[in-house]
Design a protein around this ligand. Structure first.
Ligand code: NOJ
Length: 760
């Protein structure tokens, strides 16, 4: 095996060449002059003010602590940014305080968690990632920016690009799932959507990539927990989506709560300076997560003065809610913890962000806009919800249902608008304009009996956490009896079960990721009636559904589908839309299989079912219930005639496959390409996604789908962190998901010089 090994400096040069021109990355002399002049007039307190971010609305909190005396501090020039301000009026009023009452009139920057829509709510990010439609994802981010900026938002705390392989973690709902390559493409699309062509466009808002870094890899799937990971794995799998977002020009990045190598991200110099700025060339600003500066004390790193100085020196520019330096400035300076020069660096970066956002030119740029006509985004919400739904099972073509089928619509989530919004929809969502599944279905049939059937849970602790009143949920036995009677009178049962909006999201980790026992009992009773049961699942995480898969005729994973969720679900159930979603995350058979993901390594003792001295479990198959990339449609698409070869001319792997829609229904097919490095100097995953194409196929239509994969994509990081592309054999696989693939072996023989584009 011949090997092309690129030393780091050469690689770094190649990375820089490959960087797209990010928003605001070109040197801007006018900006520099403006900021030099402004900073020459600022006192050190005013500079610290710029790096201080506070929360505002008491009725709207996204963390445990509330900032106090905000108006007074703004008027004194002690605050640079504010988030969680609910109304436009409040934003205008407090901007006036900053502009008119402070000595230098430096405008505030307004932030908010616009995560999956502002007023028009799209499906939760995990759902949207199942669309595999980058254009759609970009359009949803753009539309969110349009709505949010029209109400004064300059800066969104999105995209969350944390790679997640543990469905116990509640925040998996906010992620794009388990894959670095797919996650990177989504990260880029979202940054483009939010930031548009130019940040000073009144309809653009600054993206904030979060949570840097590795937040999705917390031990045991517990929120805020520690992470211990090899550098090699970070570079290869977990860091690429952050890097992709940075390369797409994201203006800011948020540190994560977890530690990395024993140092919390918020005070981690290696992470925030050496890697982010040194290796990646990031020139935006960093912000802590909510009170994560103050929490460094709980991590055992010292008192507030010490930890906030340490964070600042490590490269953390803005402090969200802790006001650490602000409260301790004299102490920090007197004790040599900080110098004015340290503060200058961070302050400059915040001022640059405000400049790029056009706020110095017009502090009210996003505060006087015309209200957006939300109706124009309704069809986008419907498109997003339809494309996010994943059909997991469809026995004997029970779906699509015929119009006017007699439906027993059962389940505690069947007649709700709010629970369809999912996590992080609290700020401005117009849930009352939403569509419940019941109302969606009523467009297709007038013969529907609706009954709730079961409480979401009877676990008192969980019920309290997710806002369910068990007492008011009704007697479980009578509810089941009512549901069974409805089933008996109907042609088909549609059971809408799963998670309410609070069961996933921040601080919603769970050890049990199956249906709650109350819901499972209901489902068992419905199945026992002998009627076909279609399970419509609402969820923010992959769930364990082995029993459901074995007993329900069909399973439609609708996730938290957002404002138009009810219509989208009904369109899928009745065949108005041919489901096209594909899983961006593996569904385990049971929680004991976690972590389980498609790109695992083989081990020296590859799995053979129920064989001693082999990797795997002795009580459960090795494979997941539903693999990454999986999803059904109402059409069958055949794959044939695969080709793959290496083209030394343009240094790409060229591959193609013929796809044929063998049904009489048009379909959107997501053709996926995976690569395996057969022999390498290090262990490599069994396969890795390296490309996909979405094609529309009419009834009976065939098409040849082609891929050009740059050979640099075949590389990896060595244990001493060099990015290499090794020569040798690779297996290219193409298929409708990560398991059902055609494959072809290629041999890559060239020595590539300085072509590697890591993190792609
Ligand atoms: C804490 C969350 O971790 C983060 O994602 C969010 O942006 C901030 N709170 C602000 O609300």
């Amino acid at each position: 095996m011949k090997m092309s090994l690129m030393r780091f400096p050469a690689l770094f040069a190649a990375v820089l060449c490959a960087l797209p021109v990010a928003a605001g990355t070109a040197p801007d002399e006018k900006m520099d002059e403006f900021i030099d002049d402004l900073m020459s007039k600022m006192t050190i307190e005013e500079k610290v003010g710029q790096i201080t971010l506070v929360t505002y609305d008491k009725s709207f909190m996204t963390g445990a602590t509330q900032s106090k005396g905000v108006e007074k501090k703004i008027a004194e020039g002690k605050i640079g940014g504010v988030f969680n301000v609910r109304t436009l009026e409040d934003k205008i009023n407090i901007q006036k305080l900053a502009v008119e009452q402070t000595r230098l009139g430096i405008p505030l920057m307004f932030g908010l968690d616009v995560i999956h829509g502002y007023r028009t709510i799209w499906p939760v990010p995990l759902a949207l990632s199942c669309s595999w439609d980058m254009d759609l994802i970009e359009r949803t981010a753009r539309a969110a920016a349009d709505e949010a900026t029209s109400e004064g938002i300059d800066w969104t705390y999105s995209p969350m690009v944390d790679l997640v392989r543990d469905p116990r973690w509640g925040r998996v709902a906010e992620s794009s799932g388990e894959d670095p390559w797919l996650g990177s493409r989504i990260a880029e699309a979202m940054v483009r959507g939010y930031q548009g062509e130019s940040l000073d466009d009144p309809q653009s808002m600054m993206a904030c990539v979060k949570h840097f870094a590795l937040y999705g890899a917390g031990e045991g799937g517990r929120d805020y927990d520690m992470v211990d990971m090899s550098l090699n794995r970070m570079y290869q799998e977990y860091l690429p989506p952050y890097k992709a977002a940075v390369d797409a020009g994201a203006g800011s990045i948020m540190s994560s709560f977890n530690d990395i190598n024993g140092v919390p991200a918020t005070a981690n110099k290696w992470l925030l300076t050496d890697l982010l700025r040194g290796e990646w060339g990031f020139d935006g600003f960093t912000v802590s997560d909510y009170t994560s500066v103050g929490e460094l004390t709980e991590h055992g790193l010292g008192n507030l003065a010490e930890v906030s100085s340490r964070a600042l020196k490590a490269g953390l520019d803005m402090d969200m809610v802790s006001e650490g330096v602000m409260k301790n400035l004299d102490y920090c300076l007197e004790n040599g913890l900080l110098t004015e020069a340290d503060i200058d660096v961070a302050c400059r970066r915040i001022l640059e962000a405000k400049y790029k956002l056009g706020l110095f030119e017009d502090p009210y740029l996003r505060l006087g806009a015309e209200p957006v006509d939300r109706a124009k985004y309704r069809s986008l919400a419907l498109e997003a919800a339809r494309k996010s739904i994943v059909l997991l099972k469809n026995d004997h073509d029970v779906l699509p249902l015929k119009k006017d089928t007699k439906v027993a619509l059962v389940g505690p989530l069947a007649d709700t608008k709010w629970e369809l919004m999912g996590t992080w929809a609290g700020a401005a969502a117009m849930a009352d304009e939403g569509v419940s599944i019941k109302s969606g279905i009523s467009r297709y049939t007038s013969s529907m009996i609706h009954t709730s059937g079961a409480p979401i849970t009877d676990n008192p602790g969980l019920a309290r956490m997710i806002g369910v009143n068990i007492e008011r949920s009704g007697d479980p036995d009578s509810l089941i009896a009512e549901a069974v009677s409805a089933a008996e009178k109907s042609d088909v049962v549609v059971a809408v079960l799963g998670e309410n909006a609070k069961m996933s999201g921040e601080s919603s980790s769970m050890t049990w990721i199956g249906l709650q026992p109350t819901q499972r009992r209901l489902l068992e009773a419905l199945v026992a009636t002998g009627k076909d049961v279609v399970l419509v699942l609402l969820n923010g995480r992959p769930m364990t559904l082995e029993w459901e898969d074995a007993h329900c005729a069909a399973i439609v994973d609708a996730w938290a589908p957002g404002l138009q969720g009810g219509n989208a679900v009904a369109d899928v159930l009745f065949g108005e839309y041919n489901p096209s979603g594909r899983l961006s995350m593996t569904f385990p058979r049971n929680v004991g299989q976690v972590p389980i993901y498609y790109s695992m390594k083989s081990t020296g003792r590859p799995h053979i079912p129920f064989r001693k001295y082999r990797t795997g479990y002795i009580d459960c198959p090795q494979d997941p219930l539903y693999p990454f990339g999986y999803g059904l449609s109402y059409s069958t698409v055949d794959y044939s005639d695969m080709t793959a070869s290496y083209d030394a001319g343009d240094k790409t792997v060229k591959a193609s496959v013929k796809v044929t829609n063998v049904s009489d229904r048009a379909v959107t097919e997501t053709v996926q390409l995976y690569v395996r490095d057969v022999v390498a100097s290090v262990t490599r995953p069994m396969k890795e996604l390296k490309g996909f194409r979405q094609v529309e196929l009419g009834p009976g239509e065939s098409r040849t789908v082609s891929f050009d994969v740059p050979v640099s994509e075949l590389g990896f990081w060595t244990p001493d962190l060099q990015y290499v592309v090794e020569t040798g054999k690779f297996v290219v696989e193409i298929g409708p998901d990560s398991q059902r693939t055609l494959s072809s072996e290629i041999e890559y023989t060239d020595v590539v010089s300085c072509q590697a584009v890591p993190f792609k």
